[in-house]
Design a protein around this ligand. Structure first.
Ligand code: NDP
Ligand code: HSE
Length: 437
């Protein structure tokens, strides 16, 4: 069994190392030796440390490598949309199985890859694309295929989880925690894709597609990052017995006409410390799946890094190699449900709102009136001195309001109206609340 490796960076280098170290076991598990036919990179002469590989295998011609007759499996760990998409379409149409970690491509245009796989009768596996080492996509696309998944809630970005965990532990602001993440090598030089939620949104689209048998793209995902989360928000969450996490949430729902829908969103949210995701710290990932018959399932582990991601890649390589030797193919994409994706305004959420208000008679009634006008039901109200300290600021008070579940558009309109009230000095913090706090 011969494979073409496209990319030999953080992940690809570890794939090479593991292929070398585990060669005997892999051959036994597959039923044939696994050999590297070639490795496509951008710079052949780059120093790659002591990689256990023949330097003559490196090439700058990925297409030429893919087209070779002696290549059975193509492993893509380059990333990005093009030229990766063209390479993989070429491979799949030619009947060569593909293993990829490319979440950006799968979330933007997975349909093209799945169609090419069907056309060529080839396998398309991508376990490493979501949550690194954690076996998650295989359970969704195989083990849970007899069940009905209602909701998937996950922490799928390690960089932002590291930053939020640091803010929670030390009281640091976002900028300070990002600096620490960069120094420790968690955040990339350009952290935009992580901190603005693009990386998590791509993973959310892939998870939702598998969980709900529906094609969901990154463009369908409502996305908010963590750059606006403040130390005050973290303190507010703590006061409520909660912590703040960047969550990806994919859930079934029903629209006004009674049709089944899905909503897929990525945003920071408060979750109670008793929620299983609250204890997921550092750069770890975890995904909480709620299914009709199976109940609640939790998947936890390392979501990034060369070796953990290479572990997932190699698991896929063994699966597709065994399929090829058996002359078989895994089940193709399941997108039969074709549910429509609900706009964020219709998603049902809860808000935690912290207001600095004038401390005089009638203020609570005016504030409550705004919620009533937007048909948002208040769950709890807590009043304390403004400014956080016990002495407060005399004529001002802090109001902390937690709502019941309501459409996100109604909650957002409530906050907009509150900001315009003369008695509201400032809206100190607005956070969504998930998980039953
Ligand atoms: P790196 O940037 O470390 O490596 C990219 C590799 O692709 C390099 O070897 C580079 O060549 C090669 N490459 C880039 N452009 C071309 C090109 N035009 N032609 C041929 N080769 C090219 O990326 P990672 O290993 O971190 O990530 C790879 C994939 O895995 C991405 O899709 C990423 O999203 C995904 N992933 C990564 C994780 C991680 O923790 N790093 C976790 C989960 C998924 P050269 O070496 O010569 O520069
Ligand atoms: N940048 C990603 C993270 C890498 O921080 O989780 C894994 O996909």
């Amino acid at each position: 069994m011969r494979l073409a490796l496209l990319g030999c960076g953080t992940v690809g280098g570890e794939v090479v190392r593991l292929l070398h170290e585990q060669a005997t076991d892999l051959a036994a598990r597959i039923g044939a030796p696994l050999e590297i036919a070639g490795i496509a990179v951008r710079r052949v002469g780059r120093d790659r440390g002591n990689l256990p590989v023949d330097p003559a295998l490196f090439t700058t011609d990925p297409l030429g490598l893919i087209k070779r007759d002696d290549v059975d499996v193509v492993v893509e760990v380059v990333g990005g949309i093009e030229p990766a998409r063209s390479w993989l379409v070429e491979a799949l149409r030619a009947g060569k199985s593909v293993v990829t970690a490319n979440k950006a491509l799968l979330a933007e245009d997975g349909a093209t890859l799945h169609d090419a796989a069907a056309e060529g009768g080839a396998d398309l596996y991508y376990e490493a694309a979501v949550a690194g080492a954690i076996p998650l996509l295989r359970p969704l696309r195989e083990s849970l295929h007899g069940d009905r998944i209602n909701r998937v809630t996950g922490i799928v970005n390690g960089t932002t989880n590291f930053i939020l965990s640091a803010m929670d532990a030390t009281g640091a602001g976002f900028a300070e925690a990002l600096e620490e993440a960069t120094e420790l090598g968690y955040a990339e030089a350009d952290p935009t894709a992580d901190v603005e939620g693009f990386d998590a949104a791509a993973k959310a689209a892939i998870l939702a597609s598998l969980a709900f048998h529906t094609r969901v793209t990154a463009a369908d995902v409502h996305r908010e990052g963590i750059t606006e989360v403040t130390a005050a928000d973290v303190a507010s969450a703590k006061a409520m017995g909660c912590t703040i996490k960047l969550l990806c949430i994919a859930a079934r729902g029903v629209d006004a006409a009674g049709r089944e829908t899905v909503s897929v969103r990525v945003h920071p949210a408060m979750i109670p410390l008793t929620h299983p995701l609250a204890s997921v710290g550092d750069a770890f990932n975890a995904v909480f799946v709620e299914a009709e018959a199976a109940g609640q399932l939790m998947f936890y582990g390392r979501g990034a890094g060369g070796a953990p991601t290479a572990s997932a890649v190699l698991g896929d390589v063994v699966a597709v190699a065994r399929n090829r030797l058996a002359g078989a193919r895994a089940a193709s994409e399941s997108a039969y449900a074709d549910l429509s994706v609900r706009p964020m305004g219709e998603a049902l959420t809860r808000y935690h709102i912290s207001l600095d208000v004038a401390d005089r008679p009638g203020v609570l009634e005016s504030v409550a009136g705004v919620f009533a006008r937007h048909e948002v039901s208040i769950a709890t109200v807590r009043q304390g001195p403004a400014g956080g300290g016990p002495a407060g600021r005399g004529s001002e008070a802090e109001l902390v309001i937690v709502t019941h579940v309501a459409p996100d558009a109604a909650l957002a309109a409530t906050v907009r109206e509150l900001r315009g009230l003369e008695i509201v000095r400032s809206v100190a913090s607005v956070l969504r609340v998930e998980g039953g706090a």
